[in-house]
Write a protein of this length. Structure first.
Length: 189
């Protein structure tokens, strides 16, 4: 937030020579506190809103002066009525400017919030990719080599009693080799 006393340049400066510029600058600072513009475009919209509000307040003072003169002279329906109608059209245009800037300011803030959310997600993704790329290479897993001499003997699957004997005799296992030693069976198979 800037704390400058001069507003952004206007195409038409809303502060007339007899008006107080410090009040105008204070109004700008209050609006900057309220809307917290974060970009130059948002700051432009805030200053434009302040200019429109300044002109609206002036139009209200002018309307009071015109109505006061009309009531003093008792000529409500004379030529002065045209000035009041022109002032009313002028005020309506200023109000449209103020409300258009308000809508555009909120839209810009919403867009900037979406952009920053997208940027945060992209940054998080990029960090994850970098962490993955530059992560230390894992150490290879070293498995102890088993000495075949010390390893347990290979066991053949259990043979059911009523299954055909693996020795090739064609008899049931229980009648043929059930009582034989396992080494004899491995040799026969």
């Amino acid at each position: 937030m800037s704390t400058t006393t001069q507003p952004l340049s206007f195409a038409h400066d809303p502060v007339l020579p007899h008006e107080d510029r410090t009040q105008f600058n204070a109004l700008i600072e209050r609006y900057k506190l309220d809307f917290a513009p974060s970009t130059s475009h948002e700051e432009f919209l805030v200053v434009t809103m302040v200019g429109a509000r300044w002109r609206l307040e002036r139009a209200g003072r002018m309307e009071n002066a015109i109505l006061g003169d009309m009531l003093d002279s008792q000529s409500i329906m004379n030529k002065e009525g045209d000035a009041l109608a022109r002032l009313d059209r002028h005020r309506a245009a200023i109000e449209r400017t103020y409300h258009r800037c308000t809508r555009e300011l909120y839209a810009a803030k919403k867009w900037n919030t979406g952009t920053s959310t997208t940027q945060l997600a992209e940054n998080k993704f990029n960090k994850l990719v970098q962490d993955y790329i530059y992560a230390p290479v894992p150490e290879p897993e070293i498995r102890p080599v088993q000495n075949k001499a010390k390893s347990s003997p290979v066991r053949s699957p259990k043979i059911g009693r009523n299954a055909t004997c693996p020795c090739g005799s064609g008899l049931k296992f229980k009648k043929c080799c059930l009582d034989a030693k396992p080494a004899a069976l491995q040799f026969a198979a």
